[in-house]
Every structure is written in structure tokens, then in C-alpha cells.
Design a binder for this molecule. Structure first.
Ligand code: SF4
Length: 497
């Protein structure tokens, strides 16, 4: 017995949603209110994708766009028909409908051999699921009567280095995908028929699985994963997703259900800590870490952006550019902390000023503490490459890094509530509960990135001031958190001899 009368069309994005999971498409159609709230990272990806799409149009300049906003589907289809009838060579967002699917083609261009369908991706390589996006478009365009000579996926070439204005011909790579996409055609009609049958019925009984996050993170996660308890197998650190689902499908949902012999030493330690609600403190190892720290001690944290389209000269697509740091310096034992901070001006390449200021503020011979030092050290190496005049000093600095995360990763210090994570965001509330990221306008690295882009985009000085304040507070807390954690480790190592 059917429950729903299927009406309306599917779009390319709904088709790909349905391909990933029928239940996701069903929920989107009938119970969209169950979706998770969009997070900052998703919004940032969306914004980046939009910018990449706009820029890629420059590969075939002089085209006419069929806008989405302000036109109904029928009007977009009519406008496309008119542009084709006029003999236009290039149409952006050309709109077609066939078999109940409405698609908009990023770039439709009349090449020497006929019409070329180009799908733009904001990634540095073609991924398997990208072919599906192009395949559904080819299905619709062919069904609508347009003969397509070539299908291509356009993606970013991350070997491109910006010098002056963006050179779109060098920024993008056009990959002929005609053969792969044609081969998929028979499956499109079958997949569509399946989706229609599914949409006419009750919600499909699909359990959670790897499809919840691949190829895209599903936005019904909160709804579908509600039955998973806090101490589940999905929280066992360094256990692959495949193995987690393997255990889950065998009915082992809680960590306590898993036979310990199926786990590594660290995983076993985590599971046993969770079951006993017990913590670990190996004082000797903590003391060794602390004894290696020499004053002055500097606590350093970078914030970075990695835009798909390089913002500055001498930078590549997706290159991490540090735009902010916080530095707490403790000159000697018991001395007052000195706080330095740097935040780039909007739209200005921050690298030289940031590097010069940072190297001036870190005393020669100091110990540098960074949480997950690989990140800060890699950024410094990149800065040394970009600014060779600072390479020798950066080289010495790289030798002086120490990283408290190693104590937590090695399980020398472990709180059962860490759930296998050694992120500072998870450790801080357990060691220094009075410090918290809760309620901050910027509360993680993704939000800091978004805030930086917002700061560069706005012309309102008050808004710039508000964003700067939020960014400085956030980054300052990252280094203060390290200061307080190290202080607490000293107390913990001394307690009880
Ligand atoms: S969370 Fe997983 S099971 Fe639920 S709709 Fe999304 S993909 Fe399907």
C-alpha cells in the first residue's frame, strides 16, 4: 500500500542524495524539518563552491547565464530554449528537464564537434561520485533532445601558483569524462525508477552505515543516529569506520559489548577506562615532559585559511595561509605571562608581517609549545620557503617545539570522558573546567576561517571590529588553554609525590 503520491521533479542534487541513501531523499521530501542545522564547515564549502563555479565560467567567456533566482523552473527552461534557438555558443546554468529531473549545467559550450557539457568541481581531482553528477545531466540533456558530443569535469589544478590576476586557464583542468559518463547512462533510468517507487511508499527501512558520511555527510545524522548510546563503538579512537560498522552489524553497539581481543592496546585502554569510568596518570612520563621545557616558554597557536582560489600572489589553491596567531610567553618560572597576538588586516597577504612579528616576539632559545605541533611546524616550514630571509631563524625555532598532546595520545594522561580524542577542545573541560569555548562567537577553527572570510568581505568597520574581537578572543583562549593545562599537569605530577 502506498502512502505518498509522488509529485514535482527531482533535481540533480536530489538524485545524488537519493543515490547515496533512499531514506535521505524520502526524509528530504516528506520530513525536511528533521534535518540537522547546517554547520560552518558546510556553509564555507558551499560558499567556496559558488566562487569556484563563477570563476570557471571564465574558461568560456562571453556566455549568457540562465539565473536561478527570480525565475520559475518553467521560465529557466524557456530562457534556455530561446538562447539555444538564438544560436548562442556558451550558456551558463542552462536548464533542462526530462523524465521528471530538472538540471542546470554549469557550462554548456558549442565546441568544434558539437555541444560540450562541463560540470565544475571545487576539488583538486575527479572523484568517482563526480561522474554521477555529470551522468544524470547527460541523461537529461540527451532525453530533452540535445546531442552532446563531449562531457567534461572541470576541477582545480593545485600546482597552479597565483601571480597577479587569477589565470583561469591555469587554475582549472578540464578532464574529458565522456566515456565514463556514457557508460553510466543505462543505470540512470533504472535508479530513477527505483527512487520514484521508493518515494511513493513508506519511509524505507535503511539502517545507518558508511553511506551516512560518504560521499557527503548526510544532514539527517541527528535523526538517524539517535539510538546510538554515548559509549558506543563509534567512539573508539583509531578504529576504522568499516570496523566500527562491522561490530555494529554484529550487534556490538556499546564498547562493553566488544571482546577486548579484537582491539589494539590503546583501544582496549580506552574501552576499559570507559567501562570503569577510570582515569590514567603516569606521573613519571608527565615529569619527563615537563622537565624538558626550558624558560622562556612560549605557547603558540595559528589560525589559517585555505581558499580554493588563492587569495594572494605566490600561493596555491587550498594552501594553508596563517592569518592569525596567539602567543603567551612565560619568561621564567612564576613570572607573569606576556600575551602577544596578531591578526591580519582584511585582504592583505599576512605572511611577511606575521612571520616578522612572531619571530621578534619569540625569544631566541625559547621552548615553544603547540597542541598538535605538526600543524604549526608545517606552517612555519611553508613560511620559511616563502620568505627565505627568515629560514635560518625558523629552522632553529622548529627544533624547540614540544607538544602536550603526546601525553594524551600515548595515554600517559587519560580521562575516560576524552572518548579516545586528544583534541584540546575535548581535553580542556576535563583538566581546566573553568575555561570553556562554550558560547564564544568563534569557537573552532572552521568558524575562525569563516569569520576571516566574512571580515574580508564586509565594508562595515563596526562589523570588522566585531569579527576581530571574536577572533582574538578565540585564538587567545587556545593558547591560554595550553598554559593552564601545562600548569595543571605540573600540579598533577607533584601531587602525592
Ligand atoms: S543519516 Fe544515514 S541512514 Fe539516515 S538518511 Fe542519512 S544516510 Fe540515510
Amino acid at each position: 500500500m502506498t502512502k505518498h503520491k509522488v509529485s514535482g521533479h527531482l533535481s540533480k542534487s536530489l538524485f545524488t542524495r537519493g543515490t547515496q541513501c533512499h531514506k535521505s531523499l524520502w526524509l528530504h521530501k516528506y520530513q525536511p524539518e528533521l534535518k540537522d542545522e547546517a554547520d560552518e564547515a558546510l556553509e564555507a564549502r558551499f560558499r567556496s563552491g559558488h566562487e569556484v563555479g563563477s570563476l570557471a565560467k571564465g574558461l568560456f567567456p562571453g556566455g549568457v547565464e540562465v539565473p536561478y533566482d527570480g525565475l520559475s523552473y518553467a521560465e529557466q527552461l524557456a530562457m534556455t530554449r530561446k538562447l539555444l534557438a538564438e544560436g548562442r555558443e556558451t550558456i551558463y546554468e542552462a536548464s533542462f528537464q526530462h523524465d521528471g529531473i530538472f538540471v542546470k549545467v554549469d557550462i554548456l559550450h558549442r565546441g568544434a564537434a558539437g555541444w560540450e557539457l562541463l560540470e565544475v568541481k571545487g576539488t583538486t581531482e575527479v572523484k568517482k561520485h563526480h561522474y554521477l553528477d555529470a551522468a544524470v545531466q547527460l541523461y537529461v540533456l540527451s532525453g530533452a533532445g540535445l546531442k552532446i558530443a563531449k562531457v567534461a569535469l572541470v576541477h582545480i589544478d593545485n600546482s597552479y601558483t597565483r601571480l597577479g590576476a587569477i589565470d583561469v586557464q591555469k587554475l582549472f583542468t578540464i578532464e574529458d569524462s565522456t566515456a565514463e559518463v556514457r557508460e553510466m547512462q543505462p543505470n540512470i533510468a533504472l535508479a530513477l525508477a527505483d527512487m520514484r517507487t521508493m518515494l511513493a511508499g513508506e519511509m524505507p527501512a535503511i539502517d545507518i552505515g558508511p553511506h551516512c558520511s560518504a560521499p557527503y555527510a548526510c544532514d539527517f545524522h541527528g535523526h538517524c543516529w539517535g539510538h546510538i548510546p554515548e559509549d558506543s563503538v563509534f567512539e573508539i579512537g583509531r578504529l576504522s569506520g568499516a570496523k566500527q560498522f562491522d561490530l555494529y552489524r554484529q550487534g556490538m553497539v556499546r564498547q562493553s559489548d566488544v571482546p577486548v581481543q579484537r582491539l589494539s592496546e590503546k583501544q582496549r585502554h580506552q574501552v576499559e577506562s570507559t567501562m570503569k569510568q577510570g582515569n590514567t596518570l603516569k606521573k613519571e612520563e608527565v615529569r619527563q615532559f615537563l622537565d624538558a621545557l626550558r624558560y622562556p616558554i612560549c605557547y603558540l597557536d595559528f589560525e589559517t585559511v585555505n581558499p580554493a582560489i588563492p587569495l594572494f600572489d605566490a600561493s596555491r589553491p587550498f594552501q594553508m595561509i596563517p592569518f592569525q596567531y596567539s602567543l603567551h610567553v612565560q619568561p621564567s618560572a612564576g613570572a607573569a605571562l606576556v600575551h602577544h597576538e596578531f591578526l591580519a588586516q582584511p585582504g592583505v597577504d599576512p605572511r611577511e608581517e606575521l612571520t616578522a612579528t612572531l619571530l621578534w616576539q619569540i625569544p631566541e632559545g625559547a621552548t615553544v609549545i603547540a597542541w598538535w605541533k605538526t600543524f604549526e611546524k608545517t606552517r612555519l616550514r611553508e613560511l620559511a620557503q616563502h620568505l627565505p630571509q627568515y629560514a635560518a631563524r625558523i629552522g632553529r625555532l622548529l627544533e624547540s617545539f614540544h607538544d602536550p598532546i603526546e601525553l594524551f595520545q600515548s595515554r600517559s594522561v587519560y580521562f575516560w570522558q576524552q572518548k579516545g580524542s586528544s583534541s584540546i577542545k575535548d581535553v580542556l573541560p576535563l583538566i581546566v573546567p573553568e575555561l570553556s569555548y562554550d558560547g564564544m562567537d568563534v569557537a573552532d577553527g572552521d568558524m575562525a576561517m569563516t569569520a576571516y572570510y566574512d571580515m574580508c568581505a564586509t565594508k562595515d568597520p563596526q562589523e570588522v571590529a566585531r569579527i576581530r574581537k571574536a577572533l582574538l578572543e578565540y585564538c587567545g583562549l587556545d593558547t591560554m588553554a595550553m598554559v593552564r593545562i601545562v600548569e595543571k599537569l605540573r600540579v598533577m605530577a607533584d601531587e602525592g609525590g
